[in-house]
Write a protein that binds this ligand. Structure first.
Ligand code: ASP
Length: 356
C-alpha cells in the first residue's frame, strides 16, 4: 500500500511555519547509472542540495511521499492522500509547499483547489525542469521563493496568498487556471486566462486584487472524495461516429470534457448532435472546453456552437482542461443528479472560470 511518512523537521522558531511536502518529480530526481534515465530519489538528497534553507526565518518541517513518484503516476487516490496530509496538519502550519513533478502538477493543483474549500492558507506547488543537484537547476529558486510566499502574511496576520498556486519561473499562478506550456523552458507554466498572482523579480510583488479572499472567520473545509468516471476527448475534422458513440454510451461514464474548436465550435454533422443529445438525455454531463489555450467558449457566437447548446452541452467558459476534469470528479462525487453537476459546472466556485 502507498504510504506517506514524516521524515525530517528542522530549523528555528520565529514567526511562520511551513510544511514542505515532497511527492517526487524532477526536482528530487537522480540519474539511474544503468539506464541513464531520471528517477525519483529521496528527500534527504534534495535537502542536502539546498543548504540555503537553513537561512530562512521560517520554521520548515518536511513530509515525504514514500516512495516519491514521477507525477505521471499521480492519481485521485494520491490527491486524497495529499489532502489528508494538509487537512490533518492544517492548524499546525501557516502554509504548505508541495514539491511535485511538472507533468501533472496542474491537475493536482486543480484537484486540491476543489478539495480544500475556504482555504485560508497558501498551498504552493512547485518543482523544477532540472534536478536540484545539477549546476543549472531552476529548483532552488523555485523552492526558496515558494517557501517565502507560503510564509508571507499581511498586516492583519492573514496569509497573503490563501489559495492553491503554482510557483514556477518567477511567477505564482492560480493552480486551477494553469497549464504546463513547455517541457523545455524554465518558464514551464502559464495561466493564459488569468493574470499572475505574484511576480518575483528583485522584489516579490503580490497582486492582492487578483488573489482569492476566503472567509478567515470560518474553518477550511476539506473534501476527500472524487469520482473519476470522466473522460476527455478532442474533436478533429474526420472524427468517427462509431467511436464517439462508443464513448457516449459507455455505461459507468458520468461526464465528458469535449475539446472543441476555437470559441467552442463543433462539426454540424447531424449524427454528432444526435449522439450528444442522447448522451445528455442519458444523464451524461458534457462540458465544452476549447482546444485553444487562450480565450473562452462562447456557444452563441457561431451556429456551430449554438447547436451544441441545444444538445445539452454546457459551457466550460475559459476553464483549463485540467480544471474541468478535476472539477467534474469533485462534483460528481458529491451530487448524483447530473443537472446539479451541470449547474455547478457553470458556476465559479474556486476562481477557476471568468463569467462574463
Ligand atoms: N516526469 C517528471 C514528473 O512530472 C517531470 C518533472 O518533474 O518535471 O514527475
Amino acid at each position: 500500500m502507498f504510504c506517506i511518512v514524516l521524515t525530517y523537521s528542522y530549523l528555528c522558531n520565529m514567526q511562520s511555519k511551513v510544511l514542505l511536502i515532497y511527492t517526487g518529480g524532477t526536482i528530487g530526481m537522480n540519474r539511474n547509472p544503468d539506464t541513464g534515465a531520471l528517477e525519483p530519489f529521496d528527500f534527504e538528497h534534495l535537502l542536502q542540495n539546498v543548504p540555503e534553507l537553513q537561512q530562512f526565518d521560517t520554521q520548515i518541517a518536511t513530509y515525504q511521499f514514500n516512495p516519491p513518484i514521477d507525477s505521471s503516476d499521480m492519481s485521485p487516490r494520491l490527491w486524497t492522500d495529499l489532502s489528508h496530509v494538509i487537512a490533518d496538519r492544517y492548524d499546525d502550519y501557516d502554509g504548505f509547499v508541495v514539491l511535485h513533478g511538472t507533468d501533472t502538477m496542474a491537475y493536482t493543483a486543480s484537484a486540491l483547489s476543489y478539495m480544500l474549500e475556504n482555504l485560508t492558507k497558501p498551498v504552493i506547488f512547485t518543482g523544477s525542469q532540472l534536478p536540484i543537484g545539477q549546476l543549472r537547476t531552476d529548483g532552488k529558486e523555485n523552492l526558496i521563493t515558494s517557501i517565502e510566499i507560503a510564509a508571507a502574511k499581511d498586516e492583519e496576520g492573514h496569509a497573503r496568498v490563501p489559495e492553491v498556486g503554482i510557483f514556477f519561473g518567477g511567477h505564482l499562478l492560480r493552480g486551477n487556471r494553469t497549464t504546463k506550456q513547455s517541457a523545455e523552458e524554465f518558464n514551464a507554466f502559464e495561466s493564459f486566462n488569468y493574470p499572475h498572482l505574484v511576480d518575483a523579480g528583485v522584489n516579490i510583488v503580490y497582486h492582492s486584487n487578483r488573489i482569492l479572499k476566503p472567509d478567515f472567520t470560518k474553518p477550511m473545509k476539506p473534501h476527500f472524495r472524487l469520482d473519476n468516471n470522466v473522460i476527455i476527448f478532442s474533436l478533429f475534422p474526420g472524427v468517427r461516429e462509431d467511436l464517439i458513440r462508443h464513448i457516449i454510451h459507455t455505461p459507468n461514464l458520468k461526464s465528458i470534457v469535449m475539446r472543441t474548436f476555437g470559441s467552442g465550435n463543433a462539426p454540424q454533422s447531424p449524427w454528432l448532435l444526435k449522439a450528444l443529445k442522447e448522451g445528455t438525455r442519458n444523464g451524461k454531463v458534457i462540458v465544452n472546453i476549447s482546444q485553444c489555450m487562450q480565450g473562452a467558449v462562447e456557444m452563441r457566437r457561431y451556429d456551430t456552437g449554438y447547436h451544441l447548446q441545444e444538445a445539452g452541452v454546457v459551457s466550460g467558459y475559459d476553464s483549463t482542461v485540467e480544471s474541468a476534469v478535476t472539477k467534474l470528479m469533485f462534483l460528481q462525487s458529491h451530487y448524483d443528479n447530473p443537472d446539479k453537476v451541470r449547474e455547478m459546472m457553470i458556476r465559479n466556485i474556486r476562481g477557476e472560470i471568468s463569467l462574463l
